[in-house]
Structures are given as C-alpha cells and as structure tokens.
Write a protein that binds this ligand. Structure first.
Ligand SMILES: [Cu+2]
Length: 256
C-alpha cells in the first residue's frame, strides 16, 4: 500500500520530466563529444581559422582561432561577432547565394545554408541568440584565439548531434569589398554597415571520431588555471593546421 502510494505520487513528476534521475541524462548526453571544423573564407575575406566545440554533459568548451580578419573599424579593433548557427543545411554559403546580386553574401542570404543563430560565442555574459549582434562582447582584431566554457542550450546541442551546427565569424573589411558593403546598412543591426555583420569565416562542425588519431599536440598553457589540455587532431584537421596555426590556448581574447 505504501509502495503504491509512492508510485502514484511520483508519476506526475516523471510525466513532466521533473525528476533529475529520470530521462534527463539521456537527453543531456546526446551531443557529447568533440566537434571541429576548418573555417573557410566567405565573401573573399581572405581569413582562415579553426574551431573546436567540446561538449561534456550540457557544458561546451569552444575554441576558435582566426587569422586575416578585418583589423580595425573606425580606428578601434574590429569586433567580430561569432555564432554557432543551427537549423538548416549545416553548410556554408557560396557567392551563388548572393540573392540580391550586390556582391556580398549577407548574413540573411547565408541562412538557407547555415540557419539562424543557435549560440552566440561571446566573450562574457549571454550566449543565446539575442546576444548575437552585441559587438561589445565580441572578440576583435584581425587574429585572435577565443576560448570559453559555458552551458550550451538544448537547440544547439540538438543541432550538433544532428550534424547541422555551423560556426560563423562575421565582419568584413569594407575596403576589400564591393561598394555595397559600406554603403548599405546591415539587415541584422541597422546602425552598422552591411560589411560589419556579413559572414567572413564559416565551417560546418563535425564530430571527431572517438579515440581517433591523437597526434599529441599539447597546448602550451600560459597562465591558465585549467591544467594541461591536449587537443587530439584528426587527420583532416591536422592538414588544415598546417596552414600555420600554433595550437595554444593563451586566452588572449576570452577574458572571463
Ligand atoms: Cu552568425
């Protein structure tokens, strides 16, 4: 009798998914693993980069290295808003996606390929889509290493697990772009020129094979408190790393 009463009391909580030990772990773990991508240029930005997303439970540690991005904007370090886009093809746009023919694939024109913002890769604070155009929390300059660990929202976890997560770094140098880049306002942040929010780098995140080739590239920790970390590079990514990246985590950009 006592047992049955307890079971009846538990039932509604289980149905609502309120029990910590119930269905939750399976949901939380489905995206676990390390995802990586080589970031390729969009809009002839001339930039290059690499990105990793290590998911453990609901936590993600995101590392992004960039080179060759726009350096300054009105005399200040150029802010590069960056996101994990989700919910579309999981691919990067090409110039063929320049729907209005102005010579620039803007952020909206890229959405059929990479989707909308799932996670904002900000330096501090909110990592949701609403922080997407907040240049005050974006890494900046022509080359940076970004690293941050934060709670990854469910929609982005789902996209990673489904193979539709795409890292996009925004912000073009108007000097290297067609006139529309400077003369047209952004369709995302109307106070900014189109170039400021148009994509400059893009890469589709793919899960790295578990137990895959560990090349033993060990990060040189520089004043970090997180201990020694090793980035196991798959064969393909290692080739990309040959583009001249020192694999290191010096937290020059992420300040939190
Ligand atoms: Cu974006």
């Amino acid at each position: 009798m006592q047992k049955m009463k307890k079971a009846m009391l538990l039932a509604p909580a289980v149905a609502l998914g309120l029990t910590g030990m119930g269905a939750a772990p399976a949901m939380a773990d489905h995206a676990e693993g390390t995802y990586s991508t080589t970031l390729g240029e969009v809009n002839n930005s001339g930039a290059t980069g690499l990105a990793w997303v290590e998911v453990t439970g609901s936590q993600a540690t995101v590392t992004i290295q960039t080179k060759g991005l726009a350096e300054t904007f009105k005399g200040e370090p150029y802010p590069h808003v960056q996101h994990v886009h989700i919910g579309a093809q999981g691919t990067c746009p090409t110039m063929a996606d320049d729907a209005n023919g102005d010579g620039i694939v803007d952020t909206v024109e890229g959405q059929p390929a990479y989707g909308k913002i799932g996670t904002t890769l900000s330096l501090t604070g909110d990592t949701g889509p609403t922080a997407g155009t907040d240049v005050a929390v974006a890494p900046s300059g022509d080359a940076y290493t970004y690293e941050r660990t934060f709670d990854l929202n469910g929609a982005t976890q789902d996209a990673l697990a489904g193979g539709t997560g795409v890292v996009v770094v925004h912000g073009l140098d108007p000097a290297n772009q067609p006139a529309a880049a400077a003369g047209t306002k952004s369709n995302l942040a109307p106070k900014l020129p189109l170039a400021a929010t148009a994509p400059a780098l893009c890469g589709s995140l793919e899960m790295m094979p578990a137990g895959g080739a560990d090349t033993g590239v060990t990060s040189a920790e520089q004043g970090s408190d997180s201990g020694t970390a090793t980035i196991a590079l798959g064969g393909g990514l290692l080739a990309a790393a040959g583009a001249g990246y020192a694999i290191r985590r010096n937290r020059t950009s992420a300040r939190n």
